[in-house]
Design a protein around this ligand. Sequence first.
Ligand SMILES: Cc1cc2nc3c(=O)[nH]c(=O)nc-3n(C[C@H](O)[C@H](O)[C@H](O)COP(=O)(O)O)c2cc1C
Length: 180
Amino acid sequence: MSVADTIKNRVSTAKFTAEWVNPEKIIELLETAVYAPNHKMRQPWRFIILEGLGKEKFVHQYLLQIKETERDEHKKLVMKVMSAPAVVAFIMKKNPVYAEEIEDIQACAALIQNFLLLLEDEKMGSFWKTPKYIETDKFKDVLGIRFDELVLGLVMVGYPQVKVEPKKRESAKLLTTIYS
Ligand SMILES: Cc1cc2nc3c(=O)[nH]c(=O)nc-3n(C[C@H](O)[C@H](O)[C@H](O)COP(=O)(O)O)c2cc1C
């Protein structure tokens, strides 16, 4: 498939099959995704893969830290990790220099898009999510994420149950000014 086709065919996958995703496969794709552009080669990323019993362990450990009266509400949110065979958390080292941190976030976003396109190329599905709880101390504590790190997002990974048509985009031509 051409790069253009891969970009255009990628969609967010809402429903995954139960088929297991080998974490080694995810690592193999990440090994390519890290070729994303990044300023001064800071490579400000790392990854945590939740899969199999790890997802249940995560939900259990996270909910243990929540007050009993608020547990049901939180449970609904975190149980979403169970909707995909694997979930990848993209972690970025915070950068004390504001302009550099913006660059690092952009580099990580490029890496995440690389990953989504590689999954598409493998006929696998993905869903990039940024639920509010990923920035909480409780979430970070359970997964061993340090205070000087940001969680940029979770990507659900698996095999799509159905083929979904891409959502139509506004034409780039209408959004472009040629300054000459
Ligand atoms: C940075 C980022 C964060 C996102 N967070 C969420 C999210 O928390 N929940 C969600 O349903 N979709 C989330 N999405 C997915 C978008 O809703 C989705 O990409 C958009 O609707 C376009 O659909 P498509 O991915 O099928 O092309 C996120 C996408 C990006 C790029």
